[in-house]
Design a protein around this ligand. Sequence first.
Ligand SMILES: Nc1ncnc2c1ncn2[C@@H]1O[C@H](COP(=O)(O)OP(=O)(O)OP(=O)(O)O)[C@@H](O)[C@H]1O
Ligand SMILES: [Mg+2]
Length: 419
Amino acid sequence: MNKVLIIGSGGREHALAWKLARECEVHALPGNPGIEEIGQCHPGDVADLAEVARLARNIAADLVLVGPENPLLEGLADVLRSEGLVCFGPGKREALLEGSKAFAKELMVEAGVPTAWGRVCRSFSEGEEAVQTLHQMGKRPVVKASGAALGKGVTVCNDLREALLALERTMVELEFGEAGRTVVVEERLEGREFSLLTVCSGEAYWSLPVAQDYKRAEDGDRGPNTGGMGSVSPTPWVTEDLVREAEEKIVAPILRALSQRGLDYRGVLFSGLMVQDGEVFCLEYNVRFGDPETQSVVARLGDGFYELLLETGRGGRPQPIGERPEAAVTVVLTSGGYPGAYAKGLPIVVPSEVPSDTILFHAGTARRDGDLVTAGGRVFGATGLGPTVQEARRRAYKLADLVQFDGKRFRSDIGAYED
Ligand SMILES: Nc1ncnc2c1ncn2[C@@H]1O[C@H](COP(=O)(O)OP(=O)(O)OP(=O)(O)O)[C@@H](O)[C@H]1O
Ligand SMILES: [Mg+2]
């Protein structure tokens, strides 16, 4: 039987494992208690690239699928490929699309990708000049740390004063560490956001069903930003035409620009998009699957996911796979206090059998003396499938109610108003 080795330990990785377990043998490094139920988890440090390669060779993995961005930014895919292994995930130079917002902005401009007007600034005075320029244009600024900042390095500002403070914190106080030595200052756009996950190999691509995520901690999109509180797929307002437009304007040109530089992107390209006055703009690229979008997306995919990832990893054309007609809603259950400080190690009770058409994805859980305990901010994703978003949502919340741990919290409006 074919073997896949999945790198990572979150809800996204459990969702990928759940999908792939129907089609091949699943191994994970380090995995989580949910993955343990459907595959084999191997202890180890994903930051140790040689160790990852050794494990892949030892278990004779046919495919290595990398979940999180950090190992990709460090060059894991290059190490694996140099040893003759097949990896789904871009190499270090391609991963700069996520690892350096400065690189991404420059390449977007070069490739003619529609994006907010912006400047790459390498000193505070350059930053100041850029926010002043935006101010004179009557625009509000966004200040982005260029490097990897765990999704926290972006400040969306209301005025000049806020932008100057953000610059100070990012570039001078180095609140996001070295990631903030270079910033991108750009125009603040207004509109609705969606993300497009596209499987890419060189200049060939195929987009997965569209999902929408919920970033803010509280109902009604209020409260602090989080890693993601839920997701819904499909999103009725994202029409097929809009997806085609995004592919043509945002995905295809950036792949061409990479290829012109001798680069070969093999993996999933996550385009963060905003529709302003009916026009689509690229806010950012990520070089991996989104979490928790992936939970809702894979629940809706037909058969052939393993072959799709394998062919792409080998440099072949991504072959489209089917889409199930059901809608999917994922509600993230968090530890009390998240995204601020929260307790770990609290006992968890999960139903011995989940209701029909639901899946419980583990994210921040661990086993302690055999018992399941909390081990992270985002603890589970409760996914429901149904003929409509409303029905999928009802099932997801039914499952969310059945899971118990102290301090459990979730948003109550995931997928509301979508039908
Ligand atoms: N130009 C912009 N105009 C308005 N809002 C923006 C702009 N750029 C970013 N944002 C907002 O800030 C959020 C984060 O920005 P961005 O996606 O660039 O950062 P990130 O930290 O890499 O995010 P992620 O963790 O999703 O990868 C966006 O989802 C969007 O809501
Ligand atoms: Mg990003």
